[in-house]
Design a protein around this ligand. Structure first.
Ligand SMILES: Nc1nc2c(ncn2[C@@H]2O[C@H](COP(=O)(O)OP(=O)(O)O)[C@@H](O)[C@H]2O)c(=O)[nH]1
Ligand SMILES: [Mg+2]
Length: 299
């Protein structure tokens, strides 16, 4: 069943509620709708940010899994020594390649966010473990009312072929710590698959260099009172190459960021933190119809 009016359809067939349905709809059928599934059309533009450090071999799979309705793909190269950039450009001539200034995944994401022009920003890894076909779940949750759609390998039908026993235990301990300290109900703290409205970049302010970036964003989303929805996601094994994460070193950085966010800085200081000049906060022209696919479990 069609739950929305697409441009070009006879006006008489448009259901009365169509112009007002959806939390952010504004009473008119806006240009730019595009169908993303049989029951969902969106108007907001979607940018996908992919941090990549020597991931040339994984790029065909990663780029091939992205939905064609994504407006912008931003690859953030971490000074790769393989042909990551050349392969990306060959596979997707329209891809935006950003070279990060510093090092680390957090630094890469910040560079990528600054280059995005979309209303919605999705982050996805470049190791072949995260499936671009799940992006619809994240976008559905956002257009249905969430501010921050947070991937989780441990919520309902999520899972992982990639995580080791040690990392699973560490993630559980750190998630439990954050939940106790910040009153959240996160099931997965350290996962790279997330999405949010670009207007919340200032609140999320991911100003850290390394793998602690997802933890920082999750904590700041909670501190800013954003509506957070966990999205079940399945993480497959990395396809080629090996993980850049060091369990002890990066675990320690994550622990430090948790305590810093609790005891080291107040909200006033945080919201005053500068955002790179090139981050734009686009005006939203959003309407969501038939977002039945999105779960309404705001955390
Ligand atoms: N640009 C950039 N990307 C990075 C850096 N470190 C990791 N990444 C990317 O971040 C993603 C997750 O890294 P990965 O090694 O798979 O970590 P894991 O999933 O936690 O084991 C991959 O796409 C990496 O290429 C970095 O310093 N710079
Ligand atoms: Mg990985």
């Amino acid at each position: 069943m069609n739950l929305f009016q697409l441009p070009g359809s006879p006006a008489a067939e448009q259901p009365e509620w169509a112009a007002t349905a959806g939390g952010r709809a504004c009473g008119v059928v806006l240009p730019g709708y595009r169908p993303v599934s049989a029951s969902l059309a969106i108007a907001p533009s979607v940018s996908v940010v992919i941090p990549a450090l020597n991931e040339a071999a994984n790029l065909p799979h990663v780029l091939g899994s992205l939905p064609e309705w994504a407006d912008e793909i931003v690859l953030v190269d971490g000074h790769s020594t393989d042909d990551t950039v050349a392969v990306a450009r060959r596979l997707r001539p329209d891809i935006r390649v950003v070279t990060q200034r510093g090092t680390g995944k957090g630094d890469a994401l910040l560079s990528g966010f600054a280059a995005c022009s979309g209303d919605i920003i999705v982050t996805i890894d470049c190791d072949g473990s995260t499936d671009g076909r799940e992006i619809i779940r994240f976008v559905s949750a956002l257009v249905a009312g969430a501010d921050f759609a947070k991937g989780s390998r441990f919520a309902s039908d999520g899972g992982s072929d990639d995580i080791t026993v040690g990392r699973r235990c560490g993630n559980w301990l750190l998630s439990t710590l954050v939940n106790r300290m910040f009153g959240t109900r996160y099931t997965d703290l350290c996962y790279g698959y997330n999405a949010f409205w670009a207007e919340h970049l200032r609140a999320l302010a991911p100003d850290c260099p390394g793998f602690e970036v997802e933890t920082l964003m999750n904590i700041r989303a909670a501190k800013a009172g954003l509506r957070i929805q966990e999205i079940p996601s399945f993480e497959r094994s990395r396809m080629h190459g090996s993980s850049k994460l060091r369990v002890i070193g990066d675990g320690w950085r994550i622990l430090k960021v948790i305590f810093r966010e609790k005891f080291g800085c107040d909200q006033k200081e945080h919201s005053a933190r500068p955002v790179p000049e090139s981050i734009t906060i686009p005006l939203l022209g959003v309407a969501a119809f038939g977002a039945a696919e999105a779960e309404q479990d705001f955390r």
